[in-house]
Design a binder for this molecule. Structure first.
Ligand SMILES: Nc1ncnc2c1ncn2[C@@H]1O[C@H](COP(=O)(O)OP(=O)(O)OP(=O)(O)O)[C@@H](O)[C@H]1O
Ligand SMILES: [Mg+2]
Length: 488
């Protein structure tokens, strides 16, 4: 066990007024399984990049171990997987990589196939296997679960549970709970390190927030009471002063004594007010804004919006799936589940009217308005105002929704390509919330989205009950919102 020390770290991106880290210090141990949580854009990826020495910073980071970053950027995916393994770790030992792959339930033969032919899950697992085959290495694992199906998430979770010495950024509550023993949280006003899993940290945060809210209320009342008392004392003092000047003054000594007593009382009230104000100013700094979101779905006159019968999809000579039957009625929230590559996104695209080679019957109610959130965010660029114009969104509503999803005003001045992963996905969610539609089709909406906003979205869906067709692998979310689950 060795210690990694961060002391007085300060960092901001060149040309930006947004200070990401301001004089922060903390310590972590190199054999922890450390979950790294915090809202989108708080600087998790940036911090991992600072550990990788990608940017210059002020302060010191001292570490007895060397770091590796996941995901390793694979530029040419047509290469054989074993060549990519060698690129990541030139001194790799085949038996060790294979041993790790076996633990991840992947056959070693994938190493001899082009990387692009591997499923998302297999690609993730190969990268993890190579990195974990290194010794005395501390892994920085940035959101490994995005795009992974539920079963693969469980395999990776159990794998990580058997390892130690990593920082894992994830927004998946179930996944975090299954494999970490410490939490590093970037809160609104500070960074904290805590023993336990996600639920332990969450309980603690909830209790702390509740305590602070109650304490704040109490102090607010105290301050009001004290200010009223101060006013009363002031009035009395004035009256006493007046009686000193008046001609019927009975006893000047007595009045002087009373006046001194009043002054002492005024001073005491002022001191108590200052202490209360000071205590109050220390509270609520870490309470996250999770204002309620709003959506205005349209209601279709027909009860069945989509009907799919005997649907099959064949790419080339490969049948992706066949004989799928389901229908979407008003008010339903249907979640499509199944292994990576089983054709979930294809089904969504067929309903959206895209030209996908398929057989079977797909009936769409006439005049059906659909709002769509795509899985991919890589084509987003430019500023938010232009994005709103291009998509005919009411700019003020769109930006108000983003503010509720924790965007600062500074964020509005940046281009979308400089946004963090979660901030980009939030742009698509906010766009969909602005759109009035009969049916909301969301493809893996929660990838990259922070936990607080996941909860905001859960709450919104339960409150407004829009009709939805979703692909999503976040177990906690699906349990909360799905009315039906269809296994492909
Ligand atoms: N090249 C850049 N130029 C300017 N600002 C940037 C740049 N890259 C990132 N940022 C900003 O820095 C902040 C931190 O980004 P970072 O990607 O570290 O967040 P994160 O915590 O990893 O978020 P997420 O949970 O969405 O992945 C964000 O506000 C982002 O907009
Ligand atoms: Mg990130």
């Amino acid at each position: 066990m060795a210690q990694l020390n961060v002391t007085d770290l300060t960092f901001y991106y060149d040309g930006s007024y947004d200070t990401i880290f301001d004089n922060v210090s903390f310590q972590i141990d190199s054999d922890w399984k450390l979950g790294f949580v915090g809202r989108n854009g708080r600087g998790k990826t940036t911090f991992l990049n600072l550990l990788m020495k990608k940017y210059e910073y002020k302060g010191t980071i001292s570490s007895p171990v060397s770091f590796d970053y996941f995901p390793f950027p694979v530029t040419d995916k047509s290469q054989n997987t074993i060549d990519i393994v060698e690129m990541i770790y030139p001194d790799y030992e085949l038996w060790k990589v294979c041993k790790e792959l076996t633990l991840l339930e992947v056959d070693c033969e994938v190493l001899y196939r082009p990387f692009e032919t591997l499923s998302n899950g297999e690609q993730t697992k190969v990268l993890l296997a190579v990195l974990f085959s290194k010794e005395n290495n501390f892994l920085l694992i940035d959101e490994p679960t995005n795009h992974l199906d539920m079963n693969t998430r469980i395999v990776v979770m159990n794998y990580l549970k058997g390892k130690k010495g990593f920082i894992l950024v994830s927004h998946d509550r179930f996944f975090l709970d299954g494999c970490i023993d410490h939490v590093l949280a970037i809160n609104k006003a500070n960074i904290e390190v805590m023993q336990g899993n996600f639920s332990t940290w969450w309980e603690n945060k909830k209790n702390q927030d509740e305590y602070e809210l109650a304490e704040n209320e109490k102090l607010k009342k105290d301050i009001k009471r004290l200010s009223e008392a101060a006013k009363r004392t002031e009035n009395w003092s004035d009256q006493i002063e007046k009686s000193k000047i008046g001609s019927h003054s009975p006893d000047r000594g007595f009045i002087g004594h009373k006046s001194a007593k009043m002054m002492k009382r005024a001073k005491a009230i002022e001191n108590r007010s200052l202490t209360a104000l000071d205590e109050k100013s220390k509270l609520l700094k870490n309470i996250e804004d999770t204002d309620e979101l709003k959506i205005i779905p349209l209601k279709h006159h027909k009860s069945t919006l989509v009907n799919v019968e005997n649907l099959s999809v064949t790419y080339g000579d490969r049948t992706i799936f066949d004989h799928i039957n389901f229908s979407i009625s008003n008010g339903k929230r249907i979640v499509l589940q199944g292994k990576n590559g089983c054709g979930k996104s294809s089904i969504l695209k067929i309903i959206l009217g895209e030209d996908i080679p398929c057989n079977g019957k797909v009936e769409i109610a006439s005049g059906l308005v659909i709002s769509y959130v795509s899985q991919d965010t890589s084509n987003l660029s430019g500023n938010l105002s232009d994005f709103a114009k291009e998509h005919h969104l009411e700019e003020s509503l769109f930006k108000a929704l983003l503010r509720k999803l924790d965007f600062t005003r500074l964020q509005f001045e940046k281009n979308i390509e400089d946004f963090s992963g979660g901030q980009k996905k939030k742009v698509l969610i906010a766009k969909s919330l602005c759109e009035q539609a009969h049916l909301y089709i969301w493809d893996e909406p929660l990838n990259y989205i922070d936990i607080f906003s996941r909860m905001q979205i859960e709450k919104l869906i339960k409150q407004y009950e829009p009709t939805m067709l979703l692909v999503e692998h976040d177990k906690t979310f699906v349990n909360e919102i799905a009315t039906d689950i269809i296994q492909i």
